[in-house]
Design a protein. Structure first.
Length: 185
C-alpha cells in the first residue's frame, strides 16, 4: 500500500471563481449534521450532531468577513444556539420554502445570487441551488442534488463537507491562516 507521508494529493476543487463569494448559505440536516438523527426524549425534537471542524471553519470565515445564513426546514433551539455562538447572524428555522427565504435574505443583505455558495443535500434544496452562483452538495446528497451541484464534496454531511467548501473559499481569498485570527476561537 503506497504511503503519502501525510501529504494530501489531488484534492477536488470547486470549479467556480471563489474570490467572488461574499456569503455562504447552508442547510442543517444532511449538511451541517449527518443525515440520521437520534429521536431522544419525549418532546418530539430530534437531537442533532455538529462537526467541530465545520464549526471552526465557519467562525473563522465569519471573522474574516464572509456572511453566513442557515436555512432549515427544522425548528431546533440547540441548532440556533450553536451557530449563533459561531457568529452566524442569519438563521432561518422552519423554512418550508427555502427559495423564498433565500430571496428575502439576498435582498436584506444586498447580495447577488452569483456571490453566494449554497450547500444542500435533498430535494427541498434544489430551488436554492438553481438560484445561487455556486451550488454544492455533500458526498451523500440525493442523486438529484448531486446532479444540480457544481461541486460535490468528497465528505458526507455532518462529516466535514462544510469545512471542505469554507476552507476552499478562504484559501482562494487569501484568508485561510492569514492572520492570528486563525489560531483561536
Amino acid at each position: 500500500m503506497p504511503q503519502n507521508n501525510g501529504i494530501k494529493t489531488e484534492e477536488k476543487m470547486i470549479p467556480y471563481n471563489l474570490k467572488r463569494i461574499k456569503a455562504i448559505a447552508l442547510d442543517v440536516d444532511g449538511v451541517l449534521s449527518p443525515s440520521t438523527i437520534p429521536l431522544l426524549g419525549t418532546n418530539g425534537i430530534p437531537a442533532r450532531m455538529a462537526n467541530i471542524k465545520d464549526g471552526y471553519a465557519i467562525q473563522l470565515a465569519v471573522r474574516s468577513g464572509l456572511r453566513f445564513a442557515i436555512i432549515s426546514g427544522a425548528r431546533n433551539l440547540a441548532v440556533e444556539a450553536r451557530y449563533e455562538g459561531l457568529g452566524v447572524e442569519d438563521i432561518y428555522m422552519g423554512s418550508a420554502m427555502k427559495i423564498d427565504v433565500f430571496n428575502t435574505w439576498l435582498k436584506e443583505r444586498d447580495l447577488q445570487p452569483e456571490d453566494v455558495l449554497y450547500m444542500g443535500d435533498d430535494i427541498p434544496d434544489l430551488q436554492v441551488m438553481a438560484a445561487c452562483g455556486c451550488p454544492c452538495a455533500p458526498a451523500d446528497a440525493a442523486p438529484e442534488v448531486q446532479a444540480a451541484a457544481l461541486y460535490v464534496s468528497p465528505k458526507d454531511g455532518g462529516h466535514g463537507c462544510v469545512r471542505d467548501v469554507v476552507e476552499q473559499v478562504l484559501k482562494a481569498q487569501g484568508k485561510w491562516l492569514a492572520t492570528d485570527k486563525a489560531f483561536g476561537w
